[in-house]
Unconditional design. Structure first.
Length: 225
């Protein structure tokens, strides 16, 4: 079962394999660890180009000395708990209608320390193709759940405190458009027909709900600050 703290020898192996150009998923497989364990280890210690095993090990020991126990001894901790939480969040997002790959990208961003990752970092962390990440971030950006920022030649994908607000407004605006289509269709078909009357009722309902949602989102936006 993958888990446990990385040893100094583990870190030396990670450094050597990074020099060889191995992806995070392959390094994790060789160490019998999760890909997220390797990506976090490298990310917090200089990245693929700047990772140094000795420096990483000393930095980890310093963090461990500073850390104060804050949870009961029997509480599940570490990479296994983090991985389980991520997988649970992905399943919830899938259940809400997101494609699985899109859900994985969103949860990876939400779970990152700074809420921002490049396409390359997402590709390595999730062990998927760049095309898969590209399709996922395109959808998420269109829904207002993430933002795209340029960093030289690279794109950085960001989730911030306003992500939920933008997403709710985007969804409400789409619902409002559907309401207008339904009401226009009702007029063309004829309000005195069963289909026209049904479309008119549906359009009125969707319009009211979407407007109320926008108003509520604006009223409570301050909670995200």
């Amino acid at each position: 079962m993958p888990g446990g703290r990385l040893t100094q020898q583990d870190r030396q192996r990670i450094g050597a394999w990074l020099v060889e150009g191995l992806p995070y998923a392959e390094i994790a497989r060789r160490l019998d660890r999760t890909t997220s364990t390797v990506s976090r280890e490298v990310g917090r210690n200089g990245g693929p180009a700047g990772y140094r095993a000795e420096l990483a090990h000393r930095a980890t020991e310093r963090r461990a000395r500073r850390r104060t126990p804050s949870v009961p001894p029997r509480q599940e901790t570490g990479d296994a708990a983090a991985r389980a939480a991520e997988e649970h969040a992905v399943e919830i997002a899938v259940g809400m209608g997101l494609p699985r790959m899109t859900a994985r990208v969103l949860i990876a961003l939400w779970g990152s320390d700074e809420g921002r990752l490049t396409a390359a970092e997402l590709t390595r962390a999730l062990a998927v193709s760049p095309a898969s990440v590209s399709a996922a971030v395109g959808y998420l950006a269109g829904q207002g759940l993430i933002q795209r920022e340029s960093l030289g030649r690279r794109d950085v994908y960001v989730v911030d405190d306003d992500a939920w607000y933008r997403s709710i407004l985007t969804g409400a605006e789409q619902t409002l458009q559907a309401a207008h289509v339904a009401r226009e269709s009702a007029q063309r078909i004829g309000l005195d027909t069963p289909a026209g009357a049904r479309l008119a009722r549906g359009g009125a309902f969707l319009e009211r709900v979407s407007l109320d949602t926008m108003e509520s989102a604006r009223r409570w936006r301050g909670l995200l600050a």
